[in-house]
Design a protein around this ligand. Structure first.
Ligand code: GLN
Length: 534
């Protein structure tokens, strides 16, 4: 069957959860045993997300193939339970870069290169090429940004042109606000957004309406009337306990059948086993359990929760599996420098220090790690969290005063963490860290690492420039720090552990591969230790 395309647009404002809608549509198609993959368009002129501040843009997600991509990719992977590649990410930066390169090579000799048709053709070719190469039944294309933005206008125009040649269905994710004072859900913003889209030559076949609570009948009718859509195609997307509930919620509204109908596909049976499996996993996550486990995440970007989405999700996956109620306490690490650590961390069952860059808040994270070690609180360190676990151990156990990472103090006498040798010659910032999936070898069986993964060779994703300094392996080990995994050539330390209690940290980002259907082994053991503690 020729590949079919579903284009997901967003109206009115950002933050409506287009990524969750796109992921849910993919999950539903997967439940029908169709082969489906996403493409994400992002209009910004950065080549990729790698140089963006998580404070502004949310987490930078890393793929196996080293791609530093939008955090929506995390949502796609968690729903689809499969690893994606950078070819799913098309940014303004990549496109313009390629067009200019082609122009310089003379590929457009004699022409004036324009957004239409050159850029829009390039986009369509990329999309079609992706579909053919991956041999897909469906591509779900999420257009980043909001309809009406200048940044994504050329993507939307490219999709309009694609719809003239290929089978394309447009889905508009929109907002139906409730005015508190009148208590009524208002349709006018969506009516005018729909008109904007029609002015661009696009008629959505589905409206997915973000609301607080389901739409009243009259509201649905009104939207259907103004958009000339059948009422059944005006779909509810109310706030839910968990975004993982959305696929089932859409199915309950017949969205799956209507979508296949929109492509004139013959009726097909859904794979009941897949539906059941998903439902069971989601139920486990949303269930309320008696056992409450409180985990403190001590980071510098906690004000914007999107900065640590994958950590939060990985914890949630583990909590579902272990049947516990998860309570995450977000702790701004800078505050731990000023106030007493004990008063801020007292009573938590586990502590995580996640990834991060730059000096701010580092000493607060080190205080948190010391507190965990001295009070026997389960600790999990992720990337920066591993580097600081080593620094804390060097300072407080090995008595190497002033030990640090050269990222934070280039002149430290004890540079426990230092720049990776391979980074010394690197001048450019973008895409040059140690990125993507790398395997590590777990040494022996007597470690938390082995009892978590149950195998010797594991692969996790990475994103760092600094690394454990091998010069200090001996002294730290002699004082009781365990190095339980390294790269195969033994050159880079990948996992360290405390000798007693539960303390483990990895140079990798295991949170990036945690899925609802396959929770991260390290998060599972960590949360289990915290559960036993609580
Ligand atoms: N800043 C550290 C490094 O570059 C840690 C990076 C991270 O936590 N992702 O090595």
């Amino acid at each position: 069957m020729p590949t079919k395309f579903i284009v997901v647009l967003g109206s009115i404002m950002s933050g409506l959860g287009k990524g969750v809608v796109s992921s849910s549509i993919m999950k539903i198609l997967d439940m029908y045993d169709f082969k489906v993959l996403p493409i994400k368009f992002d209009g910004y002129l950065n080549y990729d997300c790698g140089t963006m501040n998580p404070y502004r843009h949310g987490e930078v997600f890393v793929l196996d193939d080293k791609g530093e991509v939008d955090m929506d990719f995390g949502t796609y992977e968690r729903f689809l339970n499969r690893s994606l590649t950078s070819s799913s990410s098309i940014t303004g930066g990549k496109l313009f870069g390629e067009i200019i390169e082609k122009e310089r090579k003379g590929e457009y000799l004699g022409e004036d290169v324009q957004v239409i048709p050159h850029l829009t053709n390039e986009i369509q070719e990329k999309v079609k090429d992706f579909a053919v190469k991956s041999n897909l039944d469906f591509v779900v294309i999420e257009v980043g940004g909001t309809v009406g933005d200048i940044e994504n206008g050329y993507f939307i125009e490219a999709m309009r042109q694609l719809s003239l040649k290929e089978q394309v269905v447009f889905v508009d994710v929109t907002y139906v606000p409730r005015l508190k004072t009148v208590g009524e859900q208002k349709t006018k913003p969506t009516q005018s957004a729909f008109r904007t889209l029609m002015g661009m030559g696009i008629i959505p076949q589905f409206l997915i309406c973000r609301t607080d609570g389901e739409m009243a009948d009259g509201v649905k009718k009104k939207l259907a009337m103004f958009t000339s859509l059948d009422e059944s195609r005006v779909i509810n997307d109310p706030d839910m306990t968990s975004p993982y509930q959305l696929p089932q919620y859409l199915i309950d509204q017949n969205f799956d059948k209507l979508l296949l109908q929109a492509f004139n596909l013959p009726k097909k049976k859904i794979n009941v086993e897949k539906v059941e499996k998903w439902r069971n996993n989601v139920d486990k996550i949303i269930n309320k359990y008696e056992k409450i486990v409180t985990v403190a995440v001590v980071g510098k970007y906690v004000e914007l929760k999107d900065s640590y989405v994958s950590v939060r999700e990985a914890l949630m996956h583990a909590a579902g599996k272990l049947s516990v109620n998860l309570n995450i306490k977000w702790v701004e690490s800078e505050l731990l420098e000023k106030s007493d650590t004990e008063s801020m961390l007292k009573g938590v069952d586990g502590i995580i220090v996640p990834g991060g860059f730059g000096n701010r808040g580092i000493e607060g994270m080190i205080n948190a790690i010391k507190y965990a070690r001295e009070n026997d609180i389960p600790y999990l360190g992720l990337c920066l969290g591993m580097q600081l676990m080593a620094v804390e151990f060097a300072r407080d156990v090995c008595n190497l005063k002033g030990a640090n990472s050269t990222e934070f103090n280039p002149n430290t006498k004890y540079n426990i963490i230092d720049i990776l040798p391979s980074q010394l010659s690197v001048k450019q910032k973008g895409g040059t860290m140690r990125l993507g999936a790398w395997s590590m070898v777990i040494k022996g069986k007597d470690s938390i690492a082995f009892s978590s993964y149950h195998k010797k060779v594991v692969s996790e994703r990475h994103r760092h420039r600094y690394e454990f300094n091998n010069k200090f392996r001996k002294v730290l080990q002699k004082n009781g720090l365990k190095i339980t995994a390294t790269t195969k050539d033994n050159k880079l330390v990948e996992i360290i552990e405390w000798q007693s209690g539960f303390g483990i940290a990895t140079q990798a980002h295991p949170e990036l591969k945690s899925r609802i259907e396959a929770p991260s082994p390290l998060f599972l053991s960590f949360l289990n230790a915290a559960k036993n503690k609580s």
